[in-house]
Design a protein around this ligand. Structure first.
Ligand SMILES: Cc1cc2nc3c(=O)[nH]c(=O)nc-3n(C[C@H](O)[C@H](O)[C@H](O)COP(=O)(O)OP(=O)(O)OC[C@H]3O[C@@H](n4cnc5c(N)ncnc54)[C@H](O)[C@@H]3O)c2cc1C
Length: 402
């Protein structure tokens, strides 16, 4: 009995751990499913932290989670999924190609930001991966040594006033101000969005606090606008405004992994596989999807978000169900914890909301302390400890908010 998990992010790691837990609890040692996790990285990347300083530190070695629970890891890139043959083709770091067979597959290959096809797109930074976030980090550090003559030296334009755009914009203004003050210069951050509101998908609840935070931090906003061209020293907006800026960060347009297109099934507009209540792809029932590759319908018809908060339980339920399926146990329908968002707003603190209507529960430094605990404790898996990892792999596990 072979379970194959594609992806070593929140969804993939917790799928593998939850499947291992089912094996431990419901089968004798010899009858447990064999679990393999294939990822193109040795690390589980803590993506929600990539807007922070020193992004290269935001990862956990996969072996510290997978080895203690007996999950085999393959470091390779998946290049093909053949659901009819139940076979996944991978290429390792040396380019060697091999085929991994499976009885049940969990696709948890995540998402990626799509940069636009505009002149100068090569000058756009993003914070989608550790490598991309570190490129931005190194660029920001070097700004202190760039020639004084450049007008936009300490100016950043952030495209997208959604969750990621707001977090990086409010982080960057602090970083740039530090550098600018040391050089007797002025720092600017300009947030650009096609929408007529900041945080277009965050709703009415947190907007007043977000808006006042942007004002407090001196972040300029250009709404109903977009970018038409970028160079290494300026940005042209669609209304013709030209902003001198050394740094332009793109945060818009998350799309599911292209591997989703290799699984027969219905997909939503951002490419996610539409799954049933057990997280199976209905037309390909040997395949389950979790995390940013899956669109699951939850409370009152809401669809899961591409978020760590949903990727983690999606992973646990998918892992449970895939192992249960092989062992003849009844599947459990997906039910996440109540929906919460916590948006970091740099020196202005943070805003915590609950529910799909995003009712504000906490703001400012109190919410910032909550965000700090999310980012430094709650989203990390336990390491080097089989009992702790398997305990947290329970789909009923909830964080203690004490
Ligand atoms: C800057 C930023 C801030 C965010 N902030 C928040 C937040 O505050 N709260 C929140 O809930 N969410 C946040 N998110 C979203 C959250 O990080 C994602 O929803 C979450 O990481 C999804 O988990 P996942 O396991 O589905 O995918 P990922 O974490 O993307 O993991 C995918 C895995 O698949 C692997 N993979 C991909 N393709 C292949 C392939 N072809 N072959 C082999 N392996 C492959 C990758 O290496 C990776 O290990 C943020 C995201 C970003 C980028």
């Amino acid at each position: 009995m072979e379970i194959l998990v594609i992806g070593g992010g929140f969804a993939g790691v917790w799928s593998a751990a939850a499947a291992a837990r089912v094996g431990r609890d419901h089968a004798s040692a010899g009858a447990r499913p064999h679990i393999t996790l294939v990822s193109d990285s040795d690390e589980m990347v803590i993506r929600p932290r990539l807007y922070e300083r020193d992004p290269v530190q935001m990862s956990v070695l996969l072996d510290r989670v997978l080895k203690p629970i007996g999950v085999e890891r393959v470091h390779a890139r998946v290049i093909d999924i053949d659901t009819a043959a139940r076979a996944v083709t991978v290429a390792d770091t040396m380019g060697q190609v091999r085929v991994l067979d499976y009885d049940r597959l969990v696709l948890a290959a995540g998402s990626q930001v799509l940069t636009p096809n505009i002149p100068g797109r090569e000058f756009l930074f993003n914070i989608d991966t550790i490598a991309a976030a570190d490129t931005l980090e190194q660029h920001v550090r070097k700004l202190a040594s760039v020639s004084d003559a450049h007008e936009g030296r300490f100016t950043a334009v952030v495209i997208g006033a959604g969750f990621t755009g707001l977090e990086i914009a409010t982080e960057l203004i602090g970083r740039l101000r530090e550098l600018a003050q040391a050089n007797s210069a002025h720092a600017r951050v300009i947030l650009v969005d096609r929408s007529t509101e900041v945080g277009p998908q965050l709703g009415e609840g947190p907007r007043p606090f977000i808006t006042s935070s942007l004002e407090q931090l001196g972040i300029e906003v250009r709404l109903g606008s977009g970018v038409s061209e970028v160079t290494d020293s300026q940005v042209r907006l669609i209304d013709g405004e030209v902003i001198a800026a050394s740094t332009t960060v793109w945060t818009v347009g998350m799309t599911a992994s292209p591997l989703t297109a290799m699984v027969p099934g219905d997909r939503d507009p951002i490419g996610r596989l539409i799954v049933d209540e057990y997280l199976r792809v209905p037309s390909t029932p040997d395949v389950y999807a979790a995390g940013d590759t899956a669109a699951a319908t939850v409370e009152d018809g809401h669809v899961t978000m591409q978020s760590c908060q949903h990727a983690t339980p999606l992973g646990k339920f998918a892992g449970y169900n895939v192992a249960a399926d092989l062992l003849g146990l009844p599947p459990v329908p997906f039910a996440p914890n109540p929906y919460v968002t916590c948006l970091d707003l740099g020196a202005a603190g943070a805003v915590l909301t609950t529910g799909w209507d995003r009712e504000v529960q906490m703001t400012g430094s109190e919410a910032k302390a909550f965000k700090h605990r999310i980012n430094t404790e709650w989203i990390y898996p336990p390491v080097d400890d089989e009992a702790a990892i398997l305990a947290q792999a329970d789909y009923l596990y909830t964080w203690s908010l004490d």
